[in-house]
Design a protein around this ligand. Structure first.
Ligand code: APR
Length: 311
């Protein structure tokens, strides 16, 4: 087989999508196709990004399009199409609109790139991954959602700010659904191997956990006209990189769990190994009774949304 550059399609060329294209091109993960329903906008952003390549020195062709034929045979497709959350709007309010959008784009994506890995970003995340899985008919290892990498990045950021240490030394873990029901796990969260309960009082941990849970809402209330995009786009590109380079990184992602954690066939945030086989493994960790209860209520919230969608 002739070697070729990887091909990454980003559906939705808005804030998250365009910034994901930027990170992916700058990291030379492959050629990038930006697609949107708005005419001209993805073409303009694609060309603009391509024109940054001589300055930044990256070899990646970037194009924008409104035609799914241009996305054919993509290796990874990142789906960000949808409407973002407005101030005062919960992720779940987005449910109906984004279900229809994710359904229609997934049909097109699956038709033109039947072998692709799908990384869903559109909210409400856990429900949208479920939609993409149902509509594409792809095996579960090839359909996943970006939530945990973002949530744990927020957790890590706040710990670094609190302790005045490098973000690089902080490892953090969050489980469960994306949203107010996410379950940060302080006992698996360390600074260079030192668990954070040894480094800060419980009330500071509680405050940071609370801020992490509401991390998306904090950005929405500051921006007023949109939702977070730098960190979400960086997070989905990290997932794509782990797959495309077969890094086998262990990252928290929305992955299909049946017997795992007794979830019973839903997408929910769990630690997974991402490599050339996509979600190669769901890693099960021992949870305390309290953590398990928090995880279960997070799964219940996902189930409720999926019930409403009833595909
Ligand atoms: N096909 C392709 N693109 C679409 C479609 C569609 N059917 N419907 C909407 N879009 C595009 C819009 O035209 C817009 O350019 O999706 C893009 C979304 O971009 P933004 O409005 O800037 O939203 P963004 O901040 O990027 O968030 C996208 O990610 O984090 C989540 O909650 C967020 O669901 C939202 C998504």
């Amino acid at each position: 087989m002739a070697l070729r550059r990887n091909k990454i399609t980003v559906v939705g060329a808005g804030f998250v999508g365009a910034t994901a294209a930027h990170w992916a091109a700058a990291k030379e993960l492959g050629n990038v196709v930006l697609i949107d329903i708005i005419e001209g906008m993805p073409q303009g952003k694609g060309l603009d990004l391509m024109e940054a390549s001589p300055v930044e020195g990256f070899d990646a062709d970037v194009i924008g399009t409104n035609d799914y034929a241009d996305t054919a045979n993509s290796d990874v497709v990142i789906i960000t199409a949808g409407i973002p959350r407005k101030p005062g709007m919960s992720r779940d309010d987005l449910l109906n609109t984004n279900t229809n959008i994710v359904k229609s784009v997934t049909e097109q994506v699956a038709k033109y790139s039947p072998e692709a890995f799908l990384i869903i970003v559109s909210n409400p995340l856990d429900a949208m991954v479920y939609v993409a899985h149902q509509v594409s008919g792809f095996p579960t290892n090839r359909v996943m959602g970006m939530a945990g990498v973002l949530d744990s990045a927020r957790f890590r950021t706040f710990i670094a700010m609190e302790l005045g240490v490098s973000v690089k030394d902080i490892q953090a873990f969050v489980l469960g659904g994306h949203g107010d029901t996410m379950v940060p796990l302080p006992r698996y969260t360390t600074v260079s191997g030192i668990p954070i309960p040894d480094l800060m009082p419980q009330e500071r941990i509680d405050a940071i956990v609370d801020r992490t849970r509401k991390g998306g809402g904090e950005i929405v209330s500051l921006l007023k006209t949109g939702s977070a995009f730098y960190a979400p786009s960086a997070a989905c590109v990290q997932m794509a990189e782990s797959i495309l380079k077969d890094q086998k990184r262990i990252l928290p992602c929305a992955a299909y769990c049946d017997k795992e954690y007794d979830v019973g066939g839903y997408y929910v945030g769990v630690p997974v190994m991402l490599g050339t086989g996509g979600v190669e493994k769901v890693i099960e960790i021992q949870l305390t009774a309290e953590e398990k209860a928090a995880f279960d209520s997070s799964v219940d919230a996902v189930k409720e949304l999926v019930e409403i969608i009833k595909l």
